[in-house]
Design a protein around this ligand. Structure first.
Ligand code: SF4
Length: 116
């Protein structure tokens, strides 16, 4: 009889411990999820003040060469020294725009040839 009571008490303690551990983890999980959401990069808006100042466009083919004499066909964010991330990704980080992603086909006046 005593063994049964001991076993029941142990089971209750185990359930209680598990429940408390689960509750304790929830606020921490919420903080981690919030931090991840805040850190998730967003696509750079062409109308962003810094983007506009540098003449950034999502599509380099739309660059007005008359207003941007340094632009040459074939220059894109994908082959710029400032690009980050993985080759082949459509949207990638750029050293000039922290926590934003630029279009791999984009361009801005800071473009510099990435070494081969
Ligand atoms: S610095 Fe390079 S990668 Fe960044 S937006 Fe300008 S052209 Fe694109």
């Amino acid at each position: 009889m005593s063994d049964l009571k001991d076993k029941q008490a142990l089971d209750r303690r185990s359930v209680l411990k598990g429940a408390l551990a689960g509750l304790a983890a929830l606020p921490g999980l919420a903080v981690v999820e919030r931090a991840a959401a805040q850190a998730a990069p967003v696509h750079l808006d062409e109308n962003d003040a810094a983007a506009k100042a540098l003449g950034y466009l999502h599509d380099a083919k739309k660059v007005d060469a008359a207003k941007n004499p340094t632009y040459k066909a074939g220059q894109t964010c994908a082959n710029c020294l400032q690009i980050q991330g993985k080759n082949g990704d459509a949207w990638r980080g750029c050293n000039l725009f922290p926590n934003k992603q630029v279009n791999a086909n984009g361009w801005c006046r800071v473009w510099v040839q990435k070494p081969a």
